[in-house]
Design a protein around this ligand. Structure first.
Ligand code: GLN
Length: 332
């Protein structure tokens, strides 16, 4: 249980880090992003949810933004549940590719995409989701997202979806190539509809933090008590987030921040620290890898201050060594 003092301390720290990172890093937004994101790049929301249900939020936490690539985590999770571990692994690997998310590269030795966090792997994961037709697959997927987030109203945003569908040549090319190689089957457009529908679901930073916490909490939403993912798949999903979640900066992130996470080009980042808490961050300014500049900066500093790195030493206690904001130097 989070004590009142701990809750206040975390809130204070988040407010301090939010203020600090608000003033830096709204460099640019991804070139393939619609122009209105340009106008949103001042937005910055950070929310946290503990497995005991305690919540923190700072900044623009009511603003809705599309999950984009963050949805890949949850599509993969459902693919695992629908097909089991072995069958899923046969179709999509768990190896960081070191290449950009939309690159056209595969694990040639095993004839499968490198991992489910890049587009090729996510298209295969979408292909693995069960359903009579794309509409049923999408409904099953969105229904899971609702359980993760604890919001029964989550839905595919039509406008975002339509826009994604008309700027989609690369995913189409990737899909046709993969079908010719036997990596996916069925109708390509139908499969793209499933993949892009999940990308087009909008959430708030608070909801995103609950989604992360649901994973951190063994697949059970900490507020509703509803199960979003079978316990036996949670470890696999979090593992792949920790090795492949941050595009081609995944290694640097693991080294520096050491928290399982996944980002999307909308500027969102979800994190899940098993048995502890999840964060949801949103700020559209992206770095060269497509990760939110402010989101990365805040997570890096939060991880250092609270000793959150998964390989942090025993002295780097989660709450004990946190200095008060007033005593901190900007780069300590
Ligand atoms: N809609 C995007 C695509 O598939 C998702 C991109 C992302 O967030 N990396 O191109």
């Amino acid at each position: 249980m989070v004590t009142r003092a701990e809750r206040d301390l975390v809130q204070e720290q988040l407010e301090y880090l939010h203020r600090r990172h608000l003033s830096i890093g709204d460099d640019h937004v991804a070139s393939f992003y619609p122009p209105e994101m340009e106008a949103q790049r001042h937005l910055f929301g950070v929310a946290g949810t503990n497995v005991d249900g305690t919540q923190w939020s700072v900044g623009d936490c009511a603003h809705r933004f599309p999950l984009q690539s963050i949805s890949k985590v949850f599509t993969y999770a459902l693919a695992l549940e629908d097909n089991g571990r072995e069958a899923t692994l046969n179709r999509v690997g768990v190896e960081p590719s070191g290449d950009p998310f939309n690159s056209i590269t595969f694990d040639e030795a095993r004839n499968r995409p490198h991992n489910p966090m890049v587009n090729a792997g996510a298209l295969v994961a979408a292909n693995l989701v069960r359903g009579r037709d794309p509409a049923e697959k999408v409904e099953r997927l969105v229904d899971r997202l609702r359980t993760y987030a604890g919001n029964p109203d989550l839905h595919v945003d039509k406008e975002i979806f339509e826009r994604e569908m008309v700027s989609n040549d690369r995913n189409l090319a990737l899909s046709y190539l993969m079908r010719s190689l036997g990596m996916i089957d069925g109708d390509i457009e139908d499969n793209i509809v499933v993949y892009l529908s999940a990308c087009s679901v909008q959430v708030t930073a608070v909801e995103l933090s609950v989604m992360g916490t649901t994973l951190a909490n063994g697949g059970v939403n900490p507020h509703s008590g509803s199960r979003a993912l079978g316990r036996q798949h949670v470890r696999d999903v979090i593992s792949v987030m920790s090795t492949c979640g941050m595009y081609n900066a995944a290694g640097e992130w693991a080294y520096d921040v050491g928290i399982p996470a996944k980002s999307g080009v909308s500027g969102g980042i979800v994190t899940a620290i098993p048995n502890y808490f999840g964060l949801g961050l949103f700020s559209p300014g992206l770095d060269v890898y497509g990760n939110s500049v402010r989101g990365i900066g805040l997570c890096r500093e939060l991880s250092a201050r609270f000793g959150l790195h998964m390989f942090a030493g025993p002295t780097e206690s989660r709450f004990g060594r946190v200095a008060q904001p007033s005593q901190q130097q900007p780069d300590s």
